[in-house]
Design a protein around this ligand. Sequence first.
Ligand SMILES: Cc1cc2nc3c(=O)[nH]c(=O)nc-3n(C[C@H](O)[C@H](O)[C@H](O)COP(=O)(O)OP(=O)(O)OC[C@H]3O[C@@H](n4cnc5c(N)ncnc54)[C@H](O)[C@@H]3O)c2cc1C
Length: 270
Amino acid sequence: MKQKMEPTVLSVVSSTPLSASYQRVVFRPQDPARFPPNSAGDYFKLMFSSQGLPLERAEQAAEGKLFLRTYTIRHVDPNTHDLTVDFVNHRAESENQTDAADLISLASRWALDARPGDTILVRGPAPIQGIDTQADFLLYVADMTALPALSVKLANLADDAVGLALVQVADKADIQTLVKPAGIEVRWLAGDATMPLLEQAVLALPVPSTHSAVWCACEFGQMRTIRRHITDQWQTSRESRYFSSYWKAGVTEDGHKILKQQDTVEFNQQ
Ligand SMILES: Cc1cc2nc3c(=O)[nH]c(=O)nc-3n(C[C@H](O)[C@H](O)[C@H](O)COP(=O)(O)OP(=O)(O)OC[C@H]3O[C@@H](n4cnc5c(N)ncnc54)[C@H](O)[C@@H]3O)c2cc1C
């Protein structure tokens, strides 16, 4: 699998706030060939040591327990292969965690403090699953963690695609201009990341009478409610549905990974 590739080093070119809730980091890869322009939309994993420090050299990847954090390549500069990555700033949400404070929000805190020249080891990139974009109606559901992936998906659609994208953001200041076909409406829902705005919006939609395809990536609890509803009520084939939880309120990515695997097994058994 692509994602099992040897770790590679990225250097920070810049780290700047897009808004109070998003920090944009531009990275320059040590191995540009590994990140061709069409790797925009793929994900990779930032690597941290057992002490929560960024790994900087390939040989450190063999050292005991590591923490991995998953992020999406929002854009690849076709000339320099610089990678644009948008990090949700959720430092405030982590204050009630029971884990040691220096081992939570590793990635979010790292991005906020990143300086030009800082380096970090990553695994990847690897692609995420798509949907049947030839379906009569396309529904996209994303929160801020999945907005980078959504932006690439919409930009790559055919001009005649028809559908709706529901996007939950923390604040109106997080609304972005997306490249998309005219037939795709984007509805922005502003509210705290823990508010179930996406599930409320999906459950309130009229059920389409034609074959639809659905791409949904957001918080675990919301994803599960939306997946249940779409699978039961909408005309979609298994191949035209993608549901993925990108994070879970109250647990770090390490805990989320285990719950996500359990959830996938349980859902597939139903
Ligand atoms: C395929 C994939 C692609 C992803 N792409 C991106 C991306 O491009 N940008 C991005 O920001 N995230 C992305 N994520 C989500 C990101 O991996 C998680 O949010 C991750 O937990 C962040 O790591 P951390 O070290 O900052 O926080 P952790 O240490 O994992 O979590 C600490 C605490 O913060 C909470 N928390 C984590 N994320 C959020 C959040 N977004 N909002 C509110 N509270 C949160 C946790 O529940 C926990 O309580 C992606 C996830 C997947 C699976």
